[in-house]
Design a protein around this ligand. Sequence first.
Ligand SMILES: *Cc1c(COP(=O)(O)O)cnc(C)c1O
Length: 380
Amino acid sequence: MSKTNKLIDFNKPYLTGKETQYIQQAVEHGKISGDGMFTKNCHHFFETKYGFKKALLTTSCTDALEMAAILLEIKEGDEVIAPSFTFVSTVNAFVLRGAKIVFIDSSDGNPNMDVDAIEALITPKTRVIIPVHYAGIACNMDKIMALATKYNLFVVEDAAQAIDSFYKDKPLGSIGHLSAFSFHETKNIISGEGGMLIINDERFIKRAEIIREKGTNRSAFFRGEVDKYGWVDIGSSFLPSDIIAAFLYAQIENLDDIQSRRKTIWEKYYNLLEPLQKRGLIRLPKIPEYASNNAHLFYIVCNNLKERTSLIEHLKKSNIYAVFHYQSLHKSEFFLKNNKAISLPQSDHYAECLLRLPFFYHLTENDQERVIDSINKFYL
Ligand SMILES: *Cc1c(COP(=O)(O)O)cnc(C)c1O
């Protein structure tokens, strides 16, 4: 195979080089279960850099969301408003506790929830709104928080993709009562699998520590606040080994470098694809003025499903892997088994037309130009 036709994958995890060194340190330190030295360093980093009231590493974002549902005492029949265009974990965490998911459509400008459609969905049973900051682009948090105050609801930010991104001057994850981040290998900073629960409402801090430690007050015990520890609540094992935290710590030390590289790649895609947008052939991400761009992913929106399918095939022939994203959850087998069909056209539009381009730290300028050339040839 010629060099010019080498595979351009969709994603490749980026290693900063210090991961194994820190893992070795964690091992030598002798405490490799949860809440060791590296976990504490990670908590401290996120709390000081972003002003989160409390950060708790978890084994995944999914786990952080499950903790949120337990903390909010979600029970059978409670209603939770969430976008249909999202990952299953956003809602599964609440379904596990008996919640009914009330799906909301995406907005016209980007895949985030249409905040103007929220109020009509609120009933006396509504307990939670879950904004998902798709591609790390902020939802309109002022409007969401105002509705939460007006109707006495909780807000859980699904900030899985939103590390180091902002709504106005506020870091995402710092606005909702609770927030969940992911460090899965597809995200900006990674630990293989991994996540983090953020607690901004202080009322939940104590109980969060207990739920994360199998329903025991072990954390308080280790701080010397109680003289023995025991079973005090429901819970599970949500905390990661310090080996995972050691990996993550190597990543967060390089956060600024990672972000700056990703932003450069993002800008280049945007600038080189703008001519196609001007000709009406594709749409590019629209970033509202209140939102920052953390360059989590780069997508284009094709005009229809048929065109997207052909474009994916066309790129594959050049050995370039571009992938679509979520399928609308309101059309999933699981939802339709238990609920009536509903219509959310914008969510379906993104499910059918959105295409993510290869995007990772080591994507070269040359690779990017090959991707753009191939897309340009498709629309020629
Ligand atoms: C990645 C992702 C998750 C799940 O994260 P895990 O760490 O894999 O559990 C949840 N929600 C969204 C929006 C995501 O992108």
